[in-house]
Design a protein around this ligand. Structure first.
Ligand SMILES: O=C(CO)[C@H](O)[C@H](O)COP(=O)(O)O
Length: 216
C-alpha cells in the first residue's frame, strides 16, 4: 500500500495542530515528525513536548524520524509522547540491534534510515528485523533541498531483497519529493512517501489530495 507522510518540518509552527489536521483530513495516513539535535544534523527542530501537544490534534500515525545521536537514550520518551513508528539512523547508533529491540519492546514499529552517502550494505543486516527502511534522498537537516536521484538504486536493492524473501515491508523515501519525481520513486519500489515543502508550500489540502491521487 502506498502511504503519504507529510513532513511537518515545512508547516507553520504557529498553527501546527491545524496544519496537521489539514493534511490528515485530506487523507494523509502518516504525519512525518522530524526530530533534529544539532549534533547528528546541523539543525535543531523540536522534541517531546511539541509532539505530545500536537498528538491531540489527530489520530493519524505519527512517524517519528529521529535525526539524533544515540537515540536509544530517548526511545521510551518518544513513545510516551505519541510516536507510532520510530526511525533511527544507522549512522547515529553504536548498537543498532539494541536500539531496534528497545523500540519494539515499547510496542511501536521500528525503522532504520540511511543517509545518501551511506552504502546500502549498512542497512541490509537489519532488513528482516525492522518494519520499515528509510532511504534519505537529501542530506538530512533541512527541508526544501534538491532530490538526489542516485539513492533510487538503494531503494531498488532493498525492494528486491524484500521481494526475493517474500516480505511485504515498507520502504520510505525522504527528501525533495515532488509531483514530478514521484513516479520514478514509486517505480523504484518506495511506498511511504515523505513530502514537506511540496505539501505545505501553497494549499496543503489540495497538495495532499494530488499526491494521494498520483500514488493510487
Ligand atoms: O528529513 C527531512 C530533512 O532532514 C525532511 O523530512 C525532508 O527534507 C522533507 O522535506 P522536503 O520534502 O521539503 O525535502
Amino acid at each position: 500500500m502506498n502511504i503519504l507522510a507529510p513532513s511537518i518540518l515545512s508547516a507553520d509552527f504557529n498553527v501546527l495542530g491545524e496544519q496537521i489536521q489539514t493534511v490528515a483530513k485530506a487523507g494523509a495516513q502518516y504525519i512525518h515528525v522530524d526530530v533534529m539535535d544539532g549534533i547528528f544534523v546541523p539543525s535543531i527542530s523540536y522534541g517531546m513536548p511539541v509532539i505530545k501537544s500536537v498528538r491531540k490534534s489527530t489520530d493519524a500515525v505519527f512517524d517519528v524520524h529521529l535525526m539524533i545521536t544515540e537515540p536509544v537514550r530517548y526511545i521510551r520518551d518518544f513513545v510516551d509522547s505519541g510516536a507510532d513508528i520510530i526511525t533511527v539512523h544507522v549512522e547515529a547508533c553504536k548498537d543498532i540491534d539494541e536500539t531496534i529491540r528497545d523500540i519494539k519492546a515499547c510496542g511501536v514499529k521500528a525503522a532504520v534510515a540511511i543517509n545518501p552517502e551511506t552504502p546500502v550494505d549498512k542497512i541490509m543486516p537489519y532488513l528482516d528485523d525492522i518494519d520499515m527502511a528509510l532511504v534519505m534522498s537529501v542530506h538530512p537537516g533541512f527541508g526544501g533541498q534538491k532530490f538526489i536521484p542516485d539513492v533510487l538504486d538503494k531503494v531498488r536493492i532493498i525492494r528486491s531483497y524484500y521481494r526475493d524473501n517474500n516480505m511485504d515491508k515498507d520502504i520510505e523515501i525522504d527528501g525533495g519529493i515532488n509531483f514530478d519525481n514521484l513516479p520514478e520513486v514509486l517505480e523504484a519500489g518506495a511506498n511511504v512517501i515523505v513530502a514537506g515543502s511540496s505539501v505545505y508550500r501553497g494549499d496543503a489540502a489540495a497538495n495532499t489530495k494530488k499526491f494521494l491521487e498520483l500514488m493510487r
